[in-house]
Structures are given as structure tokens and as C-alpha cells.
Design a binder for this molecule. Structure first.
Ligand code: ADP
Ligand code: NA
Length: 341
């Protein structure tokens, strides 16, 4: 019943990193041959955790857009835009705030992590973040969502919201001629061996934009020296690498570096360990640095080139927003007819 469509988003909160690339952005370009794709710079999400400096936020919106373009997403045949230019996201999120239950949102682990101990002081927006994410996806009635593991729970919530909307208004949906379901139940696309890239300083934490240590992550804008230094300084254990995957499962830092290598070279962890089994980390790290520099340096230099042409980036976002708005308006009109607004 639903046309296949991919939607995904990245927050313009600075420090785009290797985890964002391997867990999400790398898939974005690959999917455009098989699906119609909508890729969004989710700027409304970026203000949920804390006040952002306005100039810096505008800069980061362009930087995420540059990353989309530099990794090969085609803005002519697909849609690249920023969320705040399409007001239907926020409008549908309000309806979803009235569909989602307090108990559902209270169980979200990302809210618990981001709010920390001082939950009374977290913004209402941070709590309601998953309703907005559900609206981002469902305002396009997207069927597939490429994300890292950390977003799996939010995607399950998106399905719950879609299902409850479909059930609560089932008769009205049918009466308006939309059939059994107005919203599809979107599927996550969690692909590859590095769906959860860990911090280079602590194998128990995911690599993240907000980690205070610069050495915890490789940024997409890092130059070759910075990449090599961060990999050289990455935390490891004293043992050499094992020759098969079984030997690495209890060694999170080692497993993280090996799975980064495997993903960057499109092979498996087993294949990497077959090659490097018995090697010391000093040897493996310099091979990893070469691979990472080879993959990331061209992206960084293309991002720099694009960031010098902000008029072009702004034009991509304006055109993309116009195309997105046509789709979003159609869905929102349907929602209003169904709900009686
Ligand atoms: P962050 O979590 O770094 O603030 P976003 O929330 O903007 O970044 O996430 C953008 C995409 O990157 C999402 O699909 C998310 O699942 C993915 N992602 C974020 N961190 C990682 C990580 N450490 N490993 C794999 N994927 C990640
Ligand atoms: Na995230």
C-alpha cells in the first residue's frame, strides 16, 4: 500500500564523527540507487538539549549539509533539507504528542542518558524529542529508516505512534478513503559491522558529538595528522590481536578498532583478524590510520570546498525544503481531515 521511501536525519550539533558516518551517513548515499530518499538536517532537535549559539547553529546546519553532499547524496534526484523550513514536522509532532503516552516516552533510554540526574531541569522538548522524530519520518510516510543502533528504541516508538494513530482513527481513515492504515510502520535499516562505534577513550561509551574529550572521536573534518594521532592514542589492552572473532568479544576497545577497520574496508571482522592475528596494536593502528585517512580525507576536503560556497549550500536547502514541503503538506492535510482539524 505504501510507496517505499527512505528518511533519515542528523542533528547539526557540531563534531560530526566517524560513528555518524559509519552508522548512518555512509548508508545514505548507497540507498539512493534503490529508494527515493529524504535526508534531513534536524535543526529543531538540535535545540532540545541546550541553547545553541545562533551563528554556530547556522554554521552547523551548513556543515551537515556539506557532509551529505560530500558523501555523494544527489540533491537533484533526492531531497536534502533542514527541518525548520518545513513547519509540518512541528505541526505533526504536536498531534503525536497527543497520541504518545507519558509512560512510553518515560522509558526512552536516550532521554534518561541526556537528562542525567537533574531530570526536573531537562527541557520539555528533550522529553518530547521522540514524538518529533516520529513526525520527521511519518510526515513523508517513510517505510525505511537508516540509523545506528542507538536510534532503534526511538524507531520502535515511531511504530507504536503510527499504530496507535491508525487504530484510534481507524474508521475515519477508512471514511476519508485511505484504507486500513494512514501511516506505514517504518523499518530500521541498521547495516554493517559498525552500527555502534565506541569512544576511542572508553570502550563502554558510544562515540558521541558531546563527549568532552576530542580524542574520544574522529571528526569528519579532521586532517590526516589528527586522524593518525587519535588512532595512535586510542585506548587498547596489552595483548596482541587474536586470529578470530571469538577472541575479541571480551575486549571492547580492540573489538571497536577492528570493526571500524572492517567497515571502512568493506570486509568482516574475521577477515581482518585473519590478516592481523598475532600483530601488536602499534602495527594494526598504523594500518587503521592509513585506511581511515584514505576514506575520510577526500570527504573532509570536499566538505571544506563546499563550506566556502555557502550560497550553493543554502540553495540546496531551499530547493530541498520546497520539494519536502509538497510531500509533508499532503500528509498533514490528510491528518487534519482524519482528526477533524
Ligand atoms: P549523535 O548521537 O552523535 O548526537 P545524531 O543523534 O545526530 O548524532 O545521530 C545521527 C546518526 O548517527 C543517527 O542515525 C545515529 O544512530 C548515528 N550515530 C550516532 N552515534 C553513533 C555511533 N557512535 N555509532 C554508530 N552510529 C551512530
Ligand atoms: Na543520536
Amino acid at each position: 500500500q505504501f510507496k517505499e521511501l527512505v528518511f533519515s536525519g542528523v542533528q547539526p550539533t557540531g563534531n560530526l564523527h566517524l560513528g555518524n558516518y559509519l552508522g548512518a551517513i555512509r548508508q545514505f548515499a548507497a540507498l539512493q540507487n534503490s529508494y527515493n530518499c529524504v535526508y534531513c538536517v534536524v535543526d529543531l532537535h538540535a535545540i532540545t538539549a541546550k541553547r545553541q549559539d545562533p551563528k554556530e547553529l547556522r554554521h552547523q546546519i551548513r556543515e551537515v549539509t556539506a557532509a551529505f553532499l560530500a558523501t555523494g547524496i544527489d540533491p537533484k534526484n533526492h531531497i536534502i533539507f533542514n527541518q525548520s523550513q518545513v513547519p509540518e514536522h512541528a505541526e505533526l509532532a504536536w498531534v503525536f504528542n497527543c497520541v504518545a503516552r507519558m509512560g512510553w516516552l518515560s522509558r526512552m533510554t536516550q532521554f534518561k542518558d541526556k537528562a542525567g540526574k537533574d531530570r526536573e531541569n531537562a527541557s520539555v522538548g528533550l522529553f518530547a524529542y521522540p514524538s518529533l522524530m516520529a513526525a520527521d519520518i511519518l510526515v513523508y510516510r517513510a517505510t525505511h529508516v537508516p540509523v545506528g543502533e542507538d536510534q532503534k528504541q526511538h524507531l520502535e516508538l515511531t511504530r507504536d505512534i503510527a499504530q496507535k494513530f491508525n487504530n484510534d482513527w481507524a474508521e475515519d481513515i477508512a471514511a476519508q478513503g485511505f484504507g486500513d492504515m494512514f501511516f506505514p510502520l517504518p523499518e530500521p535499516l541498521i547495516q554493517g559491522t559498525a552500527t555502534r562505534v565506541m569512544s576511542l577513550r572508553d570502550g563502554s561509551k558510544k562515540m558521541s558529538k558531546s563527549d568532552p574529550s576530542d580524542y574520544s572521536r574522529i571528526n569528519l573534518t579532521d586532517d590526516a595528522d589528527a586522524i593518525a594521532t587519535k588512532i595512535r592514542k586510542a585506548k587498547t589492552d596489552p595483548e596482541p590481536l587474536p586470529s578470530e572473532a571469538k577472541g575479541i568479544e571480551t575486549r571492547p576497545e580492540a573489538e571497536n578498532l577492528v570493526s571500524i577497520y572492517a567497515t571502512l574496508t568493506d570486509t568482516s571482522i574475521d577477515a581482518v583478524l585473519k590478516e592481523f592475528g598475532g600483530a601488536q596494536f602499534s602495527t594494526f593502528k598504523s594500518a587503521l590510520a592509513d585506511v581511515a585517512v584514505n576514506k575520510l580525507a577526500p570527504i573532509a576536503s570536499e566538505m571544506r570546498r563546499l563550506m566556502d560556497d555557502t550560497a550553493y549550500i543554502d540553495q540546496v536547502l531551499a530547493e530541498g525544503s520546497g520539494k519536502a514541503r509538497v510531500l509533508a503538506t499532503e500528509t498533514m492535510n490528510g491528518v487534519k481531515d482524519i482528526v477533524g482539524l
